[in-house]
Structures are given as structure tokens and as C-alpha cells.
Design a protein around this ligand. Structure first.
Ligand code: R5P
Length: 273
């Protein structure tokens, strides 16, 4: 692997733990102003210092993130369908690798829709992106998207989708956690991270998901709604870091969360006269 590619991979998967906590804020590219991501700059600002990577589109990067930021960027480069249509798989590459280099990002990400009406196009998009990525040292993250069919998230389907993405050349795969996740990991020769999906019932459930995914071999999370739709997003991100980087149990992570919440609630000490 060339130096540039290795350096970018190390930005996506920091070598200290070999794991990553990516903050996903790219939902607007097909969902519009999602709840609590309406003002994307305001959502990102307090969270960015605690994330290993920010996953977003070029529009949000240019308009809503200060260029002095040092947090590595994972740039979403596919799009072309929205939630207003039934079939979300009709995507194309919407941003070039040349633009990704101009923005100095650590990697590019696109969705692949295995088994969906536009499966073929999305896999060819992946192949083309890998060609351009290999040529210029840019890692490609394949996202095994399920569109509106959330029930597709089972081990048999995800193992197939992840393996196909790795075979075409993805350097990292983002998928979903599921029962039998170890089988998904076993069949995928490149690192995997998991998305959170729609907001779960509790913070505990999201921390359990991250804990179980990492315990079964995921290299971390690329999570969005379960962080920034939480009432305590910074605390939630810190609790996730404890799970992913420090090997915390769910109980220990909940203690981190509670400690941070208590700090939030504590009155600011007044300056002595
Ligand atoms: C889809 O919008 C993107 O791929 C998200 O980045 C991904 O689903 C992760 O975000 P969440 O944890 O909210 O599912």
C-alpha cells in the first residue's frame, strides 16, 4: 500500500487502538433537514472535537465546517435519490476523487445497494471509485445500504453485501450490526464499522449495539442519529469512545454517560468578587 493510502487509512482508523468513532452527519443528502440536524453547523460544532472522523457531504463541509478543523473527514460521494421516491438505490457518483483531494479528506464513501433495483449501477460506481482511489491514494468506504427495507439487516444478507463490496476493492465497509454479526465479520477481508440506524429506544441500547459489534470484530462505529438525536449528544459520544477505544463494558459506558450528564447539569461556578 502506498504511503498516501496508508496515511489516510490511519486517519480513518487511528493506530492507537486500531478502532474508530466516526460521527455520521451526511443524512441530509437524501433525507433533507433531519430532526436535530436541521442546523448542521450547530450540531457538528460541539461534537467534532470528540469524533475520530466526520462523515459528511462536500456541501456541508464547505458551508458548515471551519477549514481549520483537524478532525479527519470521510466524504460521501454518492447520491441522486431522495426519501420522496420509493427506490433509494438509484444513485450515481456525485463528487469526484479530484474534488476529494482538493478538500484534503481522509477517505470517500458511497452506498452500495445489493439486491436492490439499481444494484448493478451501485456496484459499478464502487469499482470506478476504487480505480480512482487506488490511483491517487484515496481509501474507499462502501456502505451496505438497505434503503427503506430495514428488515434486510440480517447476517446472511449483510455477509453477502459486505463480501461483495470487499471483493470489488473497498478498503473499509460500513454495515449494520445484526444477530450473527461474527459471521459477517468472518466473511469480510477488510475492516468493518457499523452504523447505528434510526434512533433506538435508549442510550443503553445504542451502547449495547456498539459494544456487541466491537466484541464480535467491528473496528468501530459510524453513527449519527443515536448520537445527535440524544438529549446529551456529547456525553453519548464520550460513552461510545469508552466502548470502542477503551474496551468499556456497557455498564462502564453508562457511568461515563451519567458523569457527563451530571457535569452538564452542574451550575457554573460564579467568579469570586
Ligand atoms: C445514511 O444516511 C448514512 O450512510 C449514515 O451515515 C449512516 O446510516 C449512519 O448514520 P446512523 O447511525 O444515523 O444510521
Amino acid at each position: 500500500m502506498d504511503w498516501g493510502m496508508r496515511n489516510r487509512m490511519a486517519r480513518l482508523l487511528p493506530p492507537a487502538s486500531g478502532r474508530t468513532v466516526m460521527l455520521a452527519v451526511d443524512h441530509g443528502y437524501f433525507m433533507g433537514p433531519t430532526r436535530r440536524l436541521e442546523n448542521v453547523r450547530a450540531t457538528i460544532a460541539p461534537l467534532a472535537p470528540h469524533a475520530d472522523v466526520l462523515a459528511l457531504t462536500r456541501g456541508v463541509l464547505r458551508t458548515s465546517v471551519d477549514p481549520t478543523i483537524t478532525t479527519p473527514i470521510l466524504l460521501r460521494v454518492s447520491g441522486g435519490a431522495t426519501v420522496l421516491k420509493e427506490d433509494l438505490s438509484h444513485e450515481a457518483l456525485t463528487t469526484t476523487v479530484r474534488e476529494a483531494h482538493r478538500l484534503n479528506v481522509a477517505g470517500v464513501a458511497l452506498s452500495v445497494f445489493v439486491g436492490a433495483p439499481h444494484e448493478h449501477e451501485s456496484l459499478v460506481n464502487l469499482a470506478q471509485l476504487v480505480e480512482a482511489g487506488e490511483e491517487t491514494g484515496m481509501p474507499v468506504v462502501a456502505i451496505t445500504a438497505v434503503g427503506k427495507e430495514l428488515e434486510k439487516r440480517d447476517a446472511r444478507y449483510l455477509a453477502l453485501a459486505c463480501r461483495v463490496a470487499a471483493e470489488i476493492g473497498a478498503h473499509l465497509v460500513k454495515t449494520y450490526y445484526c444477530d450473527g454479526f461474527d459471521k459477517v465479520v468472518e466473511g469480510c477481508p477488510v475492516p468493518l464499522v457499523v452504523a447505528g440506524g434510526p434512533k433506538l429506544d435508549s442510550e443503553r441500547a445504542a451502547l449495547e449495539l456498539a459494544h456487541d459489534a466491537v466484541a464480535q470484530g467491528a473496528k468501530g462505529v459510524d453513527m449519527g442519529r443515536n448520537i445527535w438525536q440524544s438529549d446529551h449528544p456529547v456525553a453519548m459520544l464520550k460513552a461510545l469512545r469508552a466502548v470502542v477505544h477503551d474496551g468499556a463494558t456497557v455498564r462502564e459506558a453508562l457511568d461515563v454517560l451519567e458523569g457527563e450528564r451530571a457535569r452538564d447539569r452542574a451550575p457554573t461556578p460564579s467568579v469570586a468578587a
